[in-house]
Design a protein around this ligand. Structure first.
Ligand code: ZN
Ligand code: ZN
Length: 275
């Protein structure tokens, strides 16, 4: 099931960066057919409580009552606590789809909480919706959210194309990583070459050399801020560069470079073609 695959992908990503304490919330918001029935039931219930809810929720009432379930205001939460639950209104097909999702997640060993309050707030979702939530950053703890959007492609003019996916808040993710002291441990993308330079002319040459190495598929960084050679070496070490080349006048003339292996400290002399 694609929904399980996509959730597994997100989960594997979080495991890789060390974020193991996230809670996965899942829900189904049904298809247009059963959601219509639910929306009516929800509106009927909310209508009685409009005066107890925030202005935003009042403005959502007509167009998108589902979003009211998402509101973080205490008084709205009190109202929605007793609201009808979408899962009770699913049609047979949507019900079976949700059961399949839960079975699939059980099968691959991913823990989840069924949370009928998860609605993702966007009209285009169908059936599965999910969120990965951290309690490390307070109320706005959703670091990743997604779901199924079977009619979206059609709605924007494409061929009917069922789809499922997710989005992620990079800033929130960084805040969570920081608050759990995981930022330092996050895997670093190692740079193949750091090309340092002794001066401005050499820095220009370093850019040229970097371009030719990148064309060969290598990852390369150069000095862009005019650091001293000593500071450049320190920086190369910090970013975990595997090899360092320093460009001076001699290197430009001879096109022969000293390549330092940062792990062993060994230096090799090679020509531009051999790089
Ligand atoms: Zn349905
Ligand atoms: Zn509200």
């Amino acid at each position: 099931m694609a929904d399980v695959e996509v959730i597994s992908l997100a989960k594997r990503f979080f495991d890789t960066i060390g974020l193991e304490k996230l809670t996965l919330n899942i829900n189904s918001i049904g298809c247009p057919k059963c959601r219509k029935v639910y929306n009516e039931a929800l509106k009927q219930y909310l209508f009685e409580h409009l005066k107890d809810m925030c202005p935003t929720c009042n403005s959502r009432f007509e167009k998108n009552p589902l979003r009211i379930l998402d509101c973080k205001e205490e008084k709205c939460k009190t109202v929605t606590a007793k609201a009808p639950v979408v899962l009770d209104y699913l049609c047979d097909e949507c019900k079976e789809h949700f059961e399949k999702l839960k079975r699939g997640l059980d099968e691959v060993g991913i823990k989840y909480v069924v949370n009928p309050k998860i609605v993702r707030g966007l009209d285009y979702y169908t059936k599965t919706v999910f969120e990965f939530v951290s309690d490390a950053i307070g109320a706005q703890g959703t670091v990743c959210g997604g779901g199924r959007y079977d009619s979206l492609v059609e709605e924007v003019g494409g061929k009917p194309t069922p789809a499922v996916g997710f989005g992620m808040g990079l800033e929130r993710l960084l805040i969570v990583l920081e608050s759990e002291n995981l930022l330092e441990r996050a895997p670093k993308e190692a740079v193949d070459y750091y090309i340092g330079s002794m001066g401005e002319k050499e820095a220009d040459y370093a850019l040229k050399l970097a371009a030719s190495l990148r064309a060969k598929g290598k990852s390369v960084e150069t000095d862009l801020v005019g650091r001293s050679v000593k500071a450049q070496m320190k920086y190369a070490d910090k970013i975990g560069a595997k090899y360092v080349i320093i460009i001076g006048d001699d290197e430009i003339k001879s096109k022969i470079f000293k390549v330092k292996d940062m792990a062993s400290g060994e230096e090799k002399t090679v020509s531009a073609d051999e790089l």
